[in-house]
Design a protein. Sequence first.
Length: 271
Amino acid sequence: MTLRFTKMHGLGNDFMVVEAQTDKRLPDAATWRKLADRHTGIGFDQALVILPPRQTGAVAFYKIFNADGGEVEQCGNGARCVAEWMRLSGRVDAVSLDDGLKLDSPGGRIEARFGTPGTVAVNMGIPHFLTEGSTTLSVAGHDVTFIEVSMGNPHIVLRVDDVEIAPVAVLGPLLESHPKFPKRTNVGFLQVVDRNHARLRVFERGVGETLACGTGACAAVAAGRRSGWFEDEVEVLLPGGSLQISWHGGHSALWMTGPAEVAYRGEIDIL
């Protein structure tokens, strides 16, 4: 079977984007893993599968598969890339350009708005905090304190003094697969620069550390905003670049703005 795809990325968080009319014949987990291999496959952090809409008002439904082949609920950088793919493919009408593009995913509905070419803002919904305060676990001989928050997918956010020397490679995989998280979790290491600026590194569930994580940036700002560290508007600097996060707290929606770019298009034969 020949699979046509578009390689896209948001701040270096890269994706294989494919369109399908049904999810009955999608690659299995082993095939996704082969395609994700950066030496013998295409190479990507996640695969994004664009499908026909499943609910009234949406223009498409998308699924997300991590590099390890597992399906996950949401991806912020991926949502921007799906929206930009729809625009570049001529699937966005004038009304959607003006009022916002509605997309559905396993993690819930996303609204996308288009700015300058290659820049997309997405409404990521209301952050959901899983505990009233912070949680502390003993990991690798250290007491690690974090805040649990869902952006349609699970995150924990650790505040660190300096992301450059944060033990991402050590604590990331240990926390991701800790027994407390039976479905695993994304792990964000947050440095508060000032009330409007942050630095962040994220160890993504099923992928490892990535150049950028959209939902991770949203979770980090939500956790910091709730803790009194941030104002409503925060620029989050990740290894791959910056995202703009806007959240007024409470039951207001959180918005993320950042780039969505095409690297190349191609096709590959899969068995």
